[in-house]
Design a protein around this ligand. Sequence first.
Ligand code: GDP
Length: 193
Amino acid sequence: RAAAPRGSWSSESSGSSGCWEPQYRVVLLGDPGVGKTSLANAFAGVQERDLLEQHGEVAYERTLSVDGEETTLLVIDAWEPERRESWHRSHCLQVGNAYVIVYSITDHGSFESAAELRIQLRSMRQAEDIPIILVGNKSDLVRCREVSVEARACAMMFDCKFIETSAALQHNVAELFEGVVRQLRLRLEGKEA
Ligand code: GDP
């Protein structure tokens, strides 16, 4: 199914009406310019992109088939660190069922911000075991690399999954969101067991 624009991403309901698949909110975090919107667009699919942007949408819904089972993700691209209102920040940090923390491999500062975001999330959602994926985007810009793949070790320390992507080349973008689905399912199975 193609991505569809969604008006409200703040509602607590999980699953759109009449739809039996589980639905999860995945929030993109990270410094401006690291490629959050590009990743969301790559997730949504090129054909949908212009339509979504015309409507000023910040949430992209898509059903993925992973390991033979369907799961709907609502990917939320609303993180604006420069916004003053602290409620907006805390809302973003509260609303997700999973988080994708993005930095650019060409910008060490954005990697440091990613580490800070991980700490903020941990303190706000202390009691919960939410999936967090650390993403080094712009992996196509090899000559401008400032963050080495040792970030992987850092991700282990942070208790996150790790992947490098290129939204520009659509490299590892599908793998990223499939990984999010698998992490969500693992948590669900853990709760049911
Ligand atoms: P956001 O502010 O985090 O949403 O970042 P954007 O998605 O708006 O991207 C910022 C800039 O980086 C844009 O010019 C994108 O075209 C570029 N960009 C995003 N992802 C990639 C990537 O994987 N590779 C390259 N080379 N450029 C990228």
